[in-house]
Design a protein around this ligand. Structure first.
Ligand SMILES: [Zn+2]
Length: 179
């Protein structure tokens, strides 16, 4: 069972993108289940067909989000699989995603710091100095006069978010022992 986590929502949308909506459903079921689940349990609880459930489990396993224990069924000596969320691995995946977001924000801040911006007061089109120069300081969409855009506030906001996220990443790295 996975503890409630504010990052889970983010993870759910990630799974939805990569494995599909039913992938999210299966993962959610496993994440909230207090015990390991058999393929059959998952089929019954989600109403998805067997093949779809197997495909999803295989893909979730590939990303490293779920893991299984394999036991031989004493009745027909076939293997049965007990599935569960790989909680330690899950924390690593979440941390990696957070770091990727952090890097994007840092790049964005750098871009804001290294450029001067011009903005169209009519439709909000925003250009760098070089782009504005190429367009004779006219808006490429409506032809209006571009005005200098003060990005102090944007930079301050970005710095604040980056700082918070950095502290979060640092805390989590300490908790789960880095990556
Ligand atoms: Zn315009």
């Amino acid at each position: 069972m996975v503890r409630k986590n504010s990052n889970l929502k983010d993870l759910y949308s990630f799974i939805e993108d990569f494995v599909g909506p039913s992938g999210k459903e299966v993962f959610k079921l496993l994440a909230h289940s207090p015990k390991e689940l058999l393929d059959d349990d998952i089929v019954k609880k989600t109403g998805l067909d067997e093949q779809e459930v197997r495909r999803i489990l295989y893909e979730l396993h590939n990303i490293g989000l779920v893991t299984y224990k394999k036991l031989r069924n004493p009745e027909d000596s076939r293997y049965i699989y007990y599935w569960r969320v790989d909680a330690s691995r899950l924390n690593h995946v979440l941390l990696q995603r957070k770091k990727a977001v952090l890097n994007k924000l840092k790049e964005r801040l750098k871009f804001e710091e290294e450029n001067t911006f011009f903005k169209c007061p009519i439709d909000g089109v925003r250009l760098t100095y070089d782009e504005a120069l190429e367009n004779d300081f006219k808006c490429p969409r409506c032809g209006g006069e571009l005005e200098m855009d003060d990005n102090t506030e944007i930079k301050e906001k970005l710095r604040k978010i980056i700082k918070e996220l950095e502290e979060e990443v640092e805390r989590e790295e300490k908790l789960i022992g880095g990556s």
